[in-house]
Ligand binder design. Structure first.
Ligand SMILES: [Fe+2]
Length: 308
């Protein structure tokens, strides 16, 4: 047998039988680990970046949320997240790319123009830039605007199809459009969550025709009532969770059996690997807790690979 095995590599052959467990594990086997980025820790570094990185690089003035067990652009195995800050008076050059992007506005007020529709960015908004749509963004206010960027960048480590193109001018011609298919203000989302009964409410962001926000990434918002918790859930989708408002904790049990407890408050962000069991708790007896999350459920659904 030994002699036989030794002779295989020179013919670019390898035996499956002694690697079967690695190829077909008994449960999903994420490389990503659960991890939380406290906003109180990240904000001073983001503010320093705002001073050090010039306007010409405003598009790239982002602190990537790097999973501790993976290289960038991995926040989870399939989703990238980053914190972006745009200073007053800045605009980022217009461009388009294959990657799908959504952003959750954390603080301040700015704008994003997508295919000529210039939308305001306000705290709590979800704004998407679909694949290959011209977009630019900026800040016409007197305070920095900060958002959480969420993109499907890790997919392009496998499908090598990603690229970007700069627009010939700095700005793509645009006209103001408060309402558009690409902006989802917080108000209606909160109303929808509050209209549901029970300890825990869940809302899936949808396009006008009732589909997830993209073919790869979807967004959801959750409300946990004061002093209550969600039930335990398990999904082959991975998640980047972000606390919009409130204070609580989430217990995450990974498929390998590790348990992590993250104590979160407003603006904290945490990564949940695939097939983890998760349960959210609102630690306040008086205030609601609101979480938003990006997930790769649409991709898994379209591929027929999802289990919940
Ligand atoms: Fe972009």
């Amino acid at each position: 047998m030994e002699q036989y095995l030794a002779g295989l590599p020179s013919k670019n052959l390898k035996p499956l039988w002694n690697r079967m467990n690695a190829m077909v594990p008994p449960s999903p086997n994420p490389t990503a680990k659960p991890y939380m980025w406290k906003y109180s820790t990240s904000l001073p570094d983001l503010e320093t970046a705002a001073r050090l990185v010039p306007e010409e690089q405003a598009e790239r003035r982002v602190l990537m949320l790097v999973n501790p067990s993976m290289p960038p652009p991995h926040t989870t195995d399939t989703i990238y997240g980053g914190l972006q800050i745009v200073n007053p008076g800045e605009t980022a050059p217009a461009h388009r790319h294959i990657a799908f992007a959504c952003r959750f506005i954390m603080d301040g007020e700015g704008f994003t123009a997508v295919e000529g529709k210039k939308m305001p960015l306000k705290r709590g908004d979800v704004v998407v830039t679909p694949t290959w749509h011209w977009h630019d963004h900026g800040n016409e206010s007197d305070k920095p605007v900060i958002w959480l960027d969420m993109l499907n960048l890790p997919l392009f480590t496998y499908a090598r199809v990603h690229f970007a193109e700069g627009y010939a001018e700095k700005r793509y011609p645009s006209t103001p459009a408060d309402v558009s298919d690409w902006r989802h203000p917080w108000g209606p989302v909160e109303s929808e969550l509050r209209s549901q009964s029970g300890d825990h409410a869940l809302y899936h962001y949808k396009t006008k025709d009732g589909k997830p926000l993209s073919t790869t990434l979807g967004m959801q918002a959750e409300l946990i009532s004061p002093g209550k918790s969600s039930s335990v859930s398990q999904d082959s989708s991975s998640f980047i969770y972000h606390c919009y408002e409130g204070k609580g904790h989430t217990v995450i049990e990974t498929p390998s059996g590790e348990t992590h407890t993250f104590n979160w408050e407003s603006r904290d962000t945490f990564a949940v690997p695939t097939w983890s069991k998760i349960q959210h708790f609102n630690d306040s007896d008086k205030e609601e807790a609101y979480l938003v999350a990006v997930n790769d459920g649409p991709l898994l659904d379209l591929l027929g690979l999802r289990l919940q």
